[in-house]
Design a protein around this ligand. Structure first.
Ligand code: GLU
Length: 426
């Protein structure tokens, strides 16, 4: 089984993630009676660049890789979104991820549109030198469309601050001068922002806490299961544990671990660092990714890949609330089932928006050449997440819709207003 399908529920087969996003956009635009131009434009991506490029491997062979950079919208500002390195990533998936970024930046009201990039490759089997050559050639090929004022990449699944540094350097060398603002999620030494690395997990923790308060669940001692132990899942697990939650299960692409008494998450992180996976951690029993999603717990954080919870396994989810650390981990059909079962879902475009919010802070700090303390970054992030959560909750209560529909309504209204105000060329 491929790594991508592994973390999903056993029977989740999704053909077109982008069509799923289009269906959700259609439903909201119809409900809101969004102007037709806006609706039609939101259904498509503005630009889709496909690149096929050669990379010299360590053994002297040449391999040709395929990559993408998709700009879904730049109506509210420069397109913004991460770059994914994954063996199964496709153009269709990149388009869906780009569209979610447009909605996400509009939900949290930062002056960006949405984009996403990807290279179909397995970064886990590439050497550091191969990864650098692949990144630099991809960056050079997509330089046609990126730039600090037009489209600003950042890390996503399979990429990290070092990869952002190579992209920034490659873009700068091609330009002939240093362009720090071309990517966010950079290392601190190169104009990265304090708090950026933890920002997505911190945002998930903030929205989980606000949801618990709203539902009357005591956060102290709340039981949590986290699918995915990458940047989002591991940081969320650590911060939630610091807030008093009991992390009973975590997983990665190789499998999961479960201890109903609670895991020592810092120790699990050290174990993963040493062995490459959370599996075989001593104080826990082995479980599969599918089993993790069905554990009895208060809070479930699907923080791996898309479509983890779909029609066949949605009814087995026992958690009272689900915080989408990943992008698109719940299919529309599963959403309906969870809703019917009274589950409270914090949608990706709100729950995991902390990352792009602090990317925005990084970009602003870089433009001003004035860098904030970590406390200041976290304070501003808390404020944005807090305000946005309450705005979305208010719409959800007023319009009697779930949090995802409420977030989409807020986003699409903002995008429509910007589009109508700009007018259309020619
Ligand atoms: N890849 C992250 C996301 O999906 C961060 C994007 C960014 O910071 O631009 O939100």
């Amino acid at each position: 089984m491929s790594e991508k399908t592994q973390p999903r529920g056993a029977t989740c087969e999704i053909t077109s993630p982008f069509e799923m996003v289009q269906q959700r956009i259609d439903a909201i635009c119809e409900r809101l009676k969004t102007c037709e131009t806006c609706h039609l434009r939101l259904r498509e991506c503005e630009r889709e660049l496909i690149v096929h490029f050669p990379v010299k491997m360590d053994d002297g062979r040449i391999e040709v890789f395929t990559g993408y950079r998709v700009q879904h919208s730049d109506i509210r500002g420069p397109a913004k979104g991460g770059i994914r390195f994954h063996p199964d990533v496709t153009l269709d998936e990149t388009k869906a991820l780009a569209a979610w970024m447009t909605l996400k930046t509009a939900v949290v009201n930062i002056p960006y549109g949405g984009a996403k990039g990807a290279v179909t490759c397995d970064p886990k089997v590439l050497s550091q030198d191969e990864l650098e050559r692949l990144t630099r050639r991809y960056a050079s090929d997509i330089s046609l469309v990126i730039g600090p004022e037009r489209d600003i990449p950042a890390p996503d699944v399979g990429t990290n601050p070092q990869i952002m540094a190579w992209i920034m350097d490659t873009y700068s060398v091609n330009k002939g001068y240093s362009v720090l603002g071309v990517v966010t999620g950079k290392p601190i030494a190169l104009g990265g922002s304090k708090g950026r690395f933890e920002a997505t997990g911190r945002g998930c923790t903030i929205t989980a806490k606000l949801s618990a308060q709203h539902l009357g669940i005591s956060f102290d001692g709340a039981t949590v299961a986290v699918q995915g132990f990458g940047n989002v899942g591991s940081v969320s697990a650590i911060l939630l544990a610091k807030e008093g939650c009991k992390i009973i299960a975590v997983s990665d692409s190789k499998g999961g671990i479960y201890n109903p008494q609670g895991l020592d998450v810092e120790e699990v992180r050290s174990h993963k660092k040493a062995t490459g996976s959370v599996v075989n951690y001593k104080d826990a029993e082995a479980i599969t990714n599918t089993e993790l999603l069905e554990l009895p717990c208060d809070i479930l954080l699907p923080s791996a890949l898309e479509d983890a919870i779909c029609a066949p396994n949605a009814a087995s989810v026992k958690a009272r609330m689900i915080v989408e650390g990943a992008n698109g981990p719940i299919t529309p059909e599963a959403d309906d089932i969870l809703g019917d079962n009274g589950k409270f879902v914090v949608p990706d475009v709100l729950a995991n928006a902390g990352g792009v919010v602090v990317s925005y802070f990084e970009w602003v700090q870089g433009l001003q050449s004035f860098f904030w303390s970590e406390d200041e970054v976290n304070r501003q992030l808390q404020m944005v997440m807090d305000n946005t959560f309450h705005e979305v909750l208010e719409i959800s209560q007023r319009e009697k819709v779930d949090m995802r529909n409420a977030a989409y309504m807020l986003a699409i209204k903002r995008i429509e207003e910007a589009m109508m105000t700009r007018g259309m060329f020619p």
